[in-house]
Ligand binder design. Structure first.
Ligand code: SF4
Length: 406
C-alpha cells in the first residue's frame, strides 16, 4: 500500500521565496519548529478542497496539521490500524507476487499497451538506493532503460520527485508499469473491496487524487524520454468482492490532474494569504489552545464534509462551521444551491419572508418550498416549520386526522 516516505529534511516551506517571506513563515510555525515537507497525501488533499485558504497557508508554511489539530483539542482520526496495515501489505505482496505476473496481466487486460506479458518479457528492476534523492535518480534511470526495452517492466515502489514551489516533494507510488508501447501507468493498490466491479466512490476519489500527484511527477520525467507517454488513466487494484484476490479498474484522473496543477500554483501565492493575516499571528501548536483557536480562526477556511477524509484539521473546522451556523457544513451541493445565504439562520429568515430579495432565485425557491410544505401538511405550519427547525406543537387537526386513521 502507499507509504509516505520521510522526505528531505531541508526547509521545504517555499524555499525559493525571499528571505523576508521565509522568516515570516518560520514565525508563523513558531520558534524552533521545523517545517513539515509536503507528501503525496498533502498534495492530494489540496485538490480535495481547492477553495480553502487555511489549508493552502498551513501547507505552504509547512505547519504540522496533525499536531495543530491535537493542540486545538480536535485530533484527527487519520491513520490505519495495525491490523489494516498488515492486511494491506499482505494484499499488495499478493498482487506483486511472481514478478508482478498478475499485476501486469491486469494492466494489459484493462489498458492494453502491446503484446500480452509473457514471463520472458517481464522485468522488475532493482530500485534500491540510499536516501530519497538517490532513489529518485535510480527510478529515472530504470524508466529510461525500460523505455528502450519494448517489454513489460514493473517498477515496484519507485521514488518520484515533484517540484512544489521550488522544493522537491518525494513521492512513492505503489508501482509504475512500463508497457512495450512506451506508456507509463501509475498503479495504486488499495485494501478496500471492489464489489461487483465497483468500489466506494469516496475512496476511489481519494485514490484518484493521490494518483494524479504521481502522474504529475511522472510527466516531468517523461519529458526527457522521447518514446514515453504517461497515461492519464491509472490502474486501481483492490480485493475482489469479499476475497483476497485482486481485481482492477482504470480510473480517469484528468480532472484531478488539472485541479492539482492549479493548486500547486496557488502555493506560490502564500504571500497574499500571509498579508491578509493580523499582525503577529502565530500558528505554533505549542501555544495555549484558546490563543491558537483565535489564530486559526483568522485564516479563512472552506469546510466541506469531504474534508473529513482529506484533512487533519477536519474535526476542528467542522465544529467551527457548525457553531457558526454555516450552511457549508451541510455539503458543497447545498452550499451551491443557497447562493449568498451562508448561514442556516439566513436561510430560515429568507424562507419565512423576513429577509432576502424575492428576485433572488434561491430566496424564491426557499419561500416556495416553505409554502408547499405548509400546504402539504394541511396549511397549519407556522414560522419555523422547516425540516431542521424545532418540531411544532400538535394541533386539533392532527388529533382529528389521527382519529380518522384509527
Ligand atoms: S479541514 Fe479545514 S483546513 Fe482542512 S481543507 Fe477543510 S476547511 Fe480547509
Amino acid at each position: 500500500m502507499s507509504e509516505y516516505p520521510s522526505n528531505d529534511p531541508r526547509d521545504s516551506s517555499l524555499p525559493s521565496a525571499p528571505a523576508g517571506l521565509r522568516r515570516r513563515l518560520a514565525e508563523l510555525r513558531g520558534p524552533g519548529t521545523a517545517p513539515r515537507p509536503l507528501d503525496a497525501r498533502a498534495l492530494a488533499a489540496l485538490a480535495a478542497n481547492p477553495g480553502c485558504d487555511r489549508r493552502a497557508l498551513l501547507d505552504g508554511a509547512g505547519i504540522d496539521k496533525n499536531a495543530l489539530a491535537t493542540a486545538l483539542g480536535a485530533p484527527s482520526d487519520a491513520g490505519q490500524s495495525q491490523f489494516a496495515f498488515m492486511r494491506g501489505n499482505a494484499f499488495e505482496a499478493r498482487v506483486k507476487a511472481d514478478g508482478g505476473a498478475e499485476l501486469l496481466r491486469l494492466t494489459h487486460a484493462l489498458l492494453g499497451g502491446g503484446p500480452a506479458p509473457a514471463p520472458a518479457s517481464r522485468h522488475v528492476p532493482d530500485l534500491a538506493a540510499r536516501g530519497p534523492e538517490a532513489r529518485t535518480r535510480r527510478t529515472a534511470e530504470a524508466l529510461r532503460e525500460a523505455a528502450g526495452r519494448e517489454a513489460w517492466t514493473l517498477l515496484d515502489h519507485p521514488m518520484l520527485a515533484l517540484d512544489v514551489a521550488g522544493s522537491p516533494a518525494y513521492l512513492e507510488p505503489d508501482a509504475v508499469v512500463v508497457a512495450p508501447d512506451g506508456t507509463w501507468t501509475v498503479v495504486e493498490i488499495k485494501s478496500f473491496p471492489m464489489i461487483d466491479g465497483a468500489a466506494d466512490p469516496a475512496k476511489v476519489g481519494a485514490a484518484a487524487r493521490q494518483s494524479a500527484v504521481y502522474v504529475l511527477a511522472l510527466e516531468g520525467l517523461a519529458e526527457t524520454v522521447p518514446t514515453a507517454r504517461v497515461r492519464d488513466r491509472v490502474l486501481l487494484v483492490c480485493p475482489r468482492d469479499f476475497s483476497n484476490l485482486p481485481t482492477a479498474a482504470p480510473v480517469d484522473v484528468r480532472k484531478q490532474l488539472s485541479v492539482t496543477r492549479r493548486q500547486l500554483t496557488r502555493l506560490t501565492r502564500v504571500p497574499d494569504l500571509l498579508a491578509a493575516l493580523p499582525e503577529g499571528t502565530v500558528l505554533d501548536p505549542a501555544l495555549p489552545a484558546e490563543e491558537l483557536r483565535s489564530a486559526v480562526a483568522a485564516v479563512p477556511a472552506a469546510y466541506a464534509p469531504e474534508c473529513l477524509s482529506a484533512c487533519e484539521l477536519a474535526f476542528h473546522c467542522r465544529a467551527s462551521a457548525r457553531s457558526g451556523d454555516e450552511v457549508t457544513a451541510l455539503g458543497r451541493a447545498v452550499r451551491g444551491e443557497l447562493g449568498g445565504l451562508a448561514t442556516v439562520g439566513a436561510v430560515l429568515a429568507a424562507a419565512h419572508g423576513e429577509t432576502g430579495d424575492p428576485a433572488d432565485p434561491a430566496v424564491a425557491a426557499l419561500r416556495r418550498a416553505h409554502r408547499l410544505r405548509g400546504e402539504a401538511l394541511g396549511g397549519t405550519r407556522a414560522v419555523g416549520a422547516l425540516p431542521w427547525a424545532a418540531p411544532r406543537a400538535r394541533t386539533a387537526q392532527d388529533d382529528a386526522r389521527a382519529g380518522e386513521a384509527a
